[in-house]
Design a protein around this ligand. Structure first.
Ligand SMILES: C[S@@+](CC[C@H](N)C(=O)[O-])C[C@H]1O[C@@H](n2cnc3c(N)ncnc32)[C@H](O)[C@@H]1O
Length: 310
């Protein structure tokens, strides 16, 4: 399991400060809490108040200090510095949680009908329906091609614009229908559900996910440069990122290369670790998961890591 691989490499120890940048349903936060024990401190961040509520439930009965922060991880450094804390362990498990996926009212899933929302932060400025209403055909084609890597992006964008002339596209079922019409007979041959890539593209755009990840990685590098000088990372801190998109993985890889080349840390995974066949069978989304881990400053880690992925 990637969770176990991540925890093995993060190696959270009793009494340490751990930051879960993406609390989600709280599974990883709970595992970090167990490892750092009653003398540890856990900071769990999420844009989604429901995720934080679920994480808080996992923390009931845990004797360590638990801090729950509703915000984007783009401000993780600020939150730690404000509290005069320095992290030993940092985890970011990107994208949406299974809880968010299964709640039709959030609009993340093409399998259930619901409003086309897709915001992690329910108070965020733009929904997927807003984008489908306001973007030009060219903008939609570009967004679906770039973030969704969807070969039929221009066709889907054209169909979206034609459809919205008659009625606004406001539900997941409407969007699925439009994509299926654009696919036509190709839908039957498609290995993925035809709407998979379009939904992913819209979600990434709604939440500005690539910019947020860039900002997080910049903070890791900045924190590594400021170890011992009022930064938010301790010397020897371990940072793990689990991503689900090639564009995300590229951002993480480049940041960790910069860290290593700048003499600010060490890459523990030269190649990303991917999920095993059993995990993919149990959770198809794990198919695209990639884990990368680096240490910040400090001595080289004792542990040797053999990448299992490609
Ligand atoms: C894959 S889930 C995390 C699952 C979690 N590791 C668990 O054990 O359940 C990703 C979570 O990150 C949150 N998220 C996405 N972008 C975020 C951001 N920029 N800042 C904070 N949280 C974010 C989502 O709301 C979601 O709850």
């Amino acid at each position: 399991m990637l969770l176990e691989e991540a925890l093995g490499l993060l190696d959270p120890r009793p009494g340490e400060v751990a930051v879960d940048c993406t609390a989600g349903s709280g599974g990883h936060s709970a595992a970090l809490a167990r490892a750092i024990g009653p003398d540890g401190r856990l900071i769990s961040i999420d844009l989604d108040p429901q995720s934080l509520a679920s994480t808080a439930q996992h923390m009931q009965g845990w004797a360590g200090q638990f801090v729950s922060i509703r915000d984007s991880f783009v401000r993780v450094a600020q939150h730690l510095v404000q509290r005069q804390l320095r992290a030993d362990v940092v985890l970011a498990d990107l994208g949406f949680s299974s809880g968010q996926m299964h709640e039709a009212g959030r609009g993340f899933s093409f399998r259930t009908d619901g409003p086309l929302d897709m915001r992690y932060d329910p108070d965020g400025p733009v929904t997927a329906a807003d984008l489908l209403r306001s973007c030009t055909e060219e903008e939609l084609a570009d967004l679906i091609r770039r973030y969704g890597e969807e070969p039929l992006a221009p066709k889907i964008a054209r169909k979206l614009v034609q459809t919205r002339k008659d009625q606004p596209i406001q539900t997941t079922a409407q969007l699925v229908q439009v994509v299926q019409e654009a696919y036509g007979r190709r839908a039957r041959k498609s290995r993925l559900h035809p709407a998979t890539r379009t939904f992913m593209a819209l979600r990434i755009a709604v939440n500005d996910e690539l910019a947020a990840l860039e900002a997080l990685m910049d903070q890791v590098i900045d924190g590594a440069a400021k170890v011992g000088e009022g930064g938010w990372l301790n010397s020897g801190a371990r940072v793990a990122v689990i991503s689900f998109h090639s564009l995300e993985d590229r951002i993480v890889k480049r940041a960790f290369v910069r860290l290593a080349e700048g003499g600010l840390g060490t890459r523990l995974t030269k190649r990303p670790i991917t999920a095993g066949a059993d995990e993919v069978a149990a959770n198809p989304r794990a198919r695209s998961a990639k884990l990368r881990v680096a240490t910040v400053g400090g001595p080289k880690p004792m542990m040797k890591v053999a990448p299992t992925g490609s």
